[in-house]
Design a protein around this ligand. Structure first.
Ligand code: SAM
Length: 380
């Protein structure tokens, strides 16, 4: 983040990281109140820049912070601080939770163009062929050449398209899912059609879901970070409203801290898995297929209840924020993977809910993305 000579805000993005104080050339599009640009050349380089630990770091669109090296967590903390200061003001306290070195992606999206397999280039659909990915869990990275060989050898459907490689926790099996949702499990002699779910054993919680469906990208680290924080905040009560609940991650992590759970999620398959996951964990729950904005009634919950919302990147609809202003629940937890949308929603909720805790988690190492989490309580 910078400023132009006339004081307008300038948001810059750079492949491989950008350190404060570096002098760069960039292509910038100026709007009325701010500019957005991409760095095209470094004029001066910070001495802390490291050599990228990935041969395709410069072109691949999967990561952005390789050259920040061991300073990446500090840079991200600074980016988060800039965002929160700009959106919420100087005085709001927050905690920062950097990722452990062991955090790796358990889900990666690759593209097959009919002859090569790889990631999309940054800001383009051009292919960057790869044979390995250091940001992914080892078994996933090792499976990339096996997928390439199977596609080239016609052992898997060869139509160009997107493939997702995913693994469970621990990461001991690898599934490949094509655009049509068909799934193959990698075995020593090759890929075999599979209808098995992916299993994540996360501390005391076990969660299953279909390969190719949404789940946290780095599940062991996400479960540790979310679980630790919500326990520190001493979140507990009568009913947990787990809204945008997926296959039940938050309900399972919070477990017996609540007597009952109501999970609402739009994906039918996810809800079916949430039901099974929570039943197997002996956690009485109602799991409903619905659009959260349409489902949330006026006056949701009672004083001892908690509403937890973990929406997609776009955040909460304005009408939903208005309805939440009438809720009877005593506490609300907002989770968001887009910092700007998250802060906008906090401001929309501020009339009825006061901010008690704010945390930023580095759930997406090597990228500029963070996960934000807030605990709010009902204003008297
Ligand atoms: C960020 S994910 C969170 C899932 C879950 N809380 C977890 O951590 O695994 C958002 C979830 O909301 C679901 N979703 C998206 N739009 C929705 C809507 N309008 N109503 C209900 N659920 C929705 C998606 O299917 C996805 O499972």
């Amino acid at each position: 983040m910078g400023r132009s000579e006339d004081g307008r805000l300038l948001l810059l993005e750079a492949p491989l990281a950008l350190f404060p104080g570096e002098v760069v050339e960039a292509q910038v599009i100026w709007k009325a109140r701010h500019g957005e640009g991409r760095v095209t050349r470094w004029v001066t380089r910070d001495s802390r820049r490291a050599e990228a630990g990935c041969p395709v770091a410069e072109s691949c669109g999967g990561c952005e912070l390789w050259e920040a090296g061991r300073h990446a967590p500090d840079l991200k903390r600074q980016m988060a601080a800039d965002l929160l200061r700009r959106q919420l003001g100087e005085a709001v306290p927050w905690t920062w939770h950097p990722a452990p070195d062991s955090a790796r992606r358990h889900r990666i999206q690759l593209h097959w163009d009919g002859s090569a397999l790889g990631y999309h280039q940054r800001h383009s659909h051009a292919l960057v062929p790869i044979r390995a990915c250091p940001a992914a869990a080892d078994p996933l990275s090792d499976a990339i050449p096996r997928l390439q060989e199977a596609l080239a050898g016609l052992a898997l459907p060869t139509r160009p398209g997107r493939w997702e490689l995913s693994t469970g926790t621990p990461a001991n099996h690898v599934w490949a899912t094509d655009e049509r949702g068909r799934t193959w499990l990698l075995e020593p002699d090759g890929w075999h059609r599979s209808t098995e779910p992916i299993v994540h054993r996360l501390g005391g919680a076990t969660l299953r879901h279909e390969p190719g469906a949404f789940f946290q990208v780095s599940p062991p680290w996400a479960a540790e970070a979310f679980g630790g924080l919500l326990r520190t905040w001493d979140l507990k009560g009568a009913t947990l409203y787990d809204l945008y609940g997926g296959v039940g991650l938050f309900s399972a992590l919070l477990g017996a801290r609540f007597s009952h759970r109501v999970l609402v999620e739009s994906g039918e398959a996810a809800v079916a898995w949430a039901r099974r996951n929570l039943e197997a964990a002996d956690l009485p729950s109602e799991c409903l297929v619905a659009d959260v904005a349409a489902w949330v009634p006026e006056g949701l919950g009672a004083t001892g209840d908690v509403i937890l919302l973990d929406p997609p990147r776009a955040g909460l609809e304005p009408a939903l924020c208005e309805r939440l202003a009438t809720a009877g629940a005593g506490q609300l937890v907002l989770v968001g993977c887009d910092g700007a949308a998250f802060c906008r929603d906090l401001k929309r909720l501020a009339g009825a809910w006061s901010l008690d805790q704010l945390a930023v988690l580095d759930l997406f190492p090597l990228t500029s993305h963070v996960e934000c989490l807030a605990l709010l309580s009902r204003r008297p």
